[in-house]
Design a protein around this ligand. Structure first.
Ligand code: ADP
Ligand code: MG
Length: 258
C-alpha cells in the first residue's frame, strides 16, 4: 500500500529525514517509536506533501503510484488520512460542514440523510458531546477532544491508510480506550486498511496490536521488529540506537542488537 524509498527531506536547510525507507502492505499495522525531534511528525507530514518540507531525493508510492510532491488534497482523496499530533483550529468552519463538503467532492457523494446518520453514529461511538460537530473545527476543544475529533473524521472519510501521529497524547485513560476501540472496529470493517502508528508509549500498542515496530532515530529507521521491540524500548529506552549514528541508511533486524 505505502512504499517509501530512500527519502531525504529538509526543512530550512536542516536535513530531517535521511535515506528513510518503509513498506506497509495492505492490512498491516506498523508502529514507529523514537525520541523527540527525530523526524516522526515530519515523516507523517511529508507523506501528505506538506509544502514546508523539501524532498531532496527519494520517492513515496501509494498503491504503486508515485505521490511524492503531489497536492495534499489529491493525496487525501486517494485514501491517506493523517491524524495530526497537534490538530489545528479552523475558525468559521464546522466539523460537520467540512466533512459534508469533503464527501460531496468525492466521486460518490452520500445523501444528506445518510450523512447525518453516519456522523451522529460516529459521534456517539466516540462518546463526544453532541454539539461538537456543529462548532468550528477544534476551536476551544481540549487536547483530548481534538484527538477524538480526528478519529471522527477518519470514521467519516473512510481512508485506506491511516497515519496516527501521537493520537494518545492528551487523551485520558477512558478516552484512549474509546479511541482505540473505534480504530479497531474500523479495521474489522475495513480489512484492507493499513495503519502507521507514531507513539512513545507501549500502552497504545496494547490496544492496537502492531505487526511491525520500528525504532526511528535521527531521521531513519535503525531497527525493526515485532511487538516485543516496544516492550524493550519501554524498559531500556533508545540509548543503544543513538550510539552509532554514522550509518543511518539501513535498518537492521532486532537480533543484531541482542
Ligand atoms: N518549521 C521548522 N523549522 C525548523 N525546524 C523544524 C521545523 N519543523 C520541525 N523542525 C525540526 O525538525 C526536527 C524533527 O521534528 P519532528 O518531525 O516534529 O520530530 P518528532 O515528531 O520525531 O518529535 C526537530 O529537530 C524539529 O525542531
Ligand atoms: Mg512529533
Amino acid at each position: 500500500m505505502l512504499k517509501i524509498e530512500n527519502l531525504n527531506v529538509k526543512i530550512n536547510d536542516k536535513q530531517i529525514l535521511k535515506n528513510f525507507n518503509i513498506e506497509i502492505k495492505n492490512g498491516e499495522i506498523h508502529a514507529i517509536m523514537g525520541p523527540n525531534g527525530t523526524g516522526k511528525s515530519t515523516l507523517s507530514k511529508v507523506i501528505l506533501s506538506d509544502k514546508r518540507y523539501t524532498v531532496e531525493s527519494g520517492k513515496i508510492y501509494f498503491n504503486k503510484e508515485d505521490i511524492t510532491n503531489k497536492k495534499t488534497n489529491e493525496i487525501a482523496k486517494k485514501g491517506i488520512f493523517l491524524a495530526n499530533q497537534l490538530p489545528c483550529e479552523i475558525d468559521g468552519v464546522t466539523t460537520a460542514d467540512f466533512l459534508r463538503t469533503a464527501l460531496n467532492n468525492d466521486d460518490n457523494p452520500i445523501s444528506l440523510y445518510e450523512f447525518i446518520n453516519k456522523i451522529n453514529k460516529a459521534q456517539e461511538d466516540l462518546k463526544m458531546k453532541s454539539d461538537m460537530i456543529h462548532r468550528s473545527i477544534n476551536k476551544g476543544f481540549s487536547g483530548g477532544e481534538k484527538k477524538k475529533n480526528e478519529i471522527l473524521q477518519m470514521k467519516i472519510l473512510e481512508p485506506k491508510l491511516i497515519i496516527l501521529d501521537e493520537i494518545d497524547s492528551g487523551l485520558d485513560v477512558d478516552s484512549l480506550k474509546i479511541v482505540c476501540e473505534n480504530i479497531n472496529d474500523y479495521l474489522v470493517e475495513h480489512k484492507d486498511a493499513s495503519v502507521l502508528i507514531i507513539t512513545h508509549y507501549r500502552r497504545l500498542l496494547d490496544y492496537i496490536k502492531p505487526n511491525f515496530v520500528h525504532v526511528m532515530v535521527d531521521g531513519s529507521i535503525k531497527c525493526s521488529g515485532d511487538y516485543s521491540l516496544a516492550l524493550e524500548i519501554e524498559k531500556e529506552g533508545y540509548g543503544k540506537y543513538t550510539l552509532n549514528n554514522d550509518n543511518n541508511s539501513s535498518a537492521v533486524i532486532v537480533d543484531e542488537y541482542e
